[in-house]
Design a protein around this ligand. Structure first.
Ligand code: EPU
Length: 339
């Protein structure tokens, strides 16, 4: 038994918003055995268990009356390699971007579009992380999770996970599944995804005609760094709202009013709107009240300039939501988990 327990610990270093609330009890789990130990401790103390990864998708609005367990398991391994296709497995506590770099350094492509996303491997399937035309589900090979209801391990294949835009079974059944390790289908000859946003343009401007996965990763890091604040410098949780899906009629009506509306028609007939565009258009970009604000370069990102509380950030988010409903008739859904 080696789990180290901390009473009444500040969670400020463990959430990328940098919100200063306390956990009644805190521990880092470095092995499966410590994960099981944490479950026993929580039961023995009569506390709920809150499992966190990099804390990059969390909004903490008050002290957490729970045992907060930060997944700190490490390990990356190749399970199968036929010379072209490679099956990679990583422990839940591995930080995401270093995993992407590790794979690229081994000559393995597939994760490059997901470069520089904050967070951990275990959190990635929760909201099916995605960027620049690729989602986790596109490279997902499987995962092992602990069913907290029964204490049993369960293997999940792609079709079991109900992955959708920023959504999964694990998010829908919040608190039930504790993801221990995730497997990825990677390739030494990957098909590159260059069509989304400014990726191809960036590569061309650098004179790269036949990009490697590493080139794509570098381009995406550069694009992200230009617009998205580094949580180490300015507290934030990435996109604060999902891009909303609306009926085609509403999108058409809005287009009539706003010619520059950013809208992406979906296969099912709905239309995805750029929430950042709506929020900017409503005048919130760069807004600041106390230490809670809307980023000046990307309106989809709420930021903590220093000592904003979770409630202040949440209050700002609610005001933005209400304003977007009033102006456009569109409901925005929060992306981070509200605790
Ligand atoms: N836009 C504005 N104003 C803004 C922000 C965006 O008008 O302040 C417009 C842009 O001009 C563009 C469109 O909205 O036409 C889309 O913007 P962008 O390409 O920056 O992407 P996004 O829709 O704002 C989504 C993801 C990001 C991901 C990027 C790139 C969501 C909620 N967000 O953002 O994911 O990196 O696409 O694929 O889907 C995250 O989830 O934390 C995240 C950063």
């Amino acid at each position: 038994m080696s789990l180290v327990l901390h009473e009444n610990l500040s969670l400020q270093p463990y959430n990328t918003f940098g919100v200063d609330v306390r956990a009644r009890l805190f521990a880092e789990a470095r092995s499966d055995a410590e994960v099981y130990e944490a479950l026993s401790v929580a039961t023995a103390r009569g506390l709920p268990l809150l499992v966190i990864g990099g804390g990059s998708n969390l909004l903490l609005t008050r002290d957490v009356e729970a045992l907060v367990v930060r997944m700190a398991t490490r390990g990356i391994r190749i399970l199968a390699d036929d010379g072209e296709k490679v099956l990679l497995e990583a422990e839940a506590g591995e930080p995401w971007h270093p995993l992407v770099l590790w794979a690229l350094e081994q000559g393995l492509g597939g994760l490059e579009n997901l470069s520089l996303i904050p967070g951990t491997v275990g959190a990635a399937p929760m909201q099916n992380i995605g960027a620049y035309g690729v989602e986790l589900k596109d490279v997902f090979a499987g995962l092992t999770a602990l069913d907290r209801q029964t204490g049993e391990l369960r293997e999940f294949a792609l079709q079991d996970c109900q992955f959708a835009y920023r959504d999964s079974l694990f998010k829908r059944e919040a608190g039930r599944w504790l993801i221990l390790r995730v497997r990825f289908n990677l390739s030494r000859a990957p098909r590159l995804h260059l069509d989304y946003g400014p990726v191809r343009q960036r590569l061309q401007s650098e004179g790269i005609d036949a990009p490697t996965p590493m080139d794509v990763s570098r381009a995406i890091c550069a694009i992200r760094s230009e617009k998205l604040p580094d949580p180490a410098v300015l507290g934030n949780a990435g996109s604060f709202f999902k891009n909303p899906l609306v009926p085609a009629e509403l999108a058409q009506r809005l287009r009539g009013e706003y010619q520059d509306l950013v809208a992406y028609p979906q296969a099912d007939g709905q239309v995805k709107l750029a929430a950042g565009w709506l929020i900017e258009r409503a005048g919130w970009k760069g807004f600041r009240e106390g230490d809670a604000g809307v980023h000046r370069l990307q309106a989809l990102v709420l930021v903590n300039y220093g000592s904003a509380t979770g409630s202040q950030l949440h209050g700002l988010a609610q005001r933005i939501r209400a304003d977007i409903v009033k102006r456009f008739g569109v409901e925005l859904e929060m992306e981070p988990n509200l605790i």
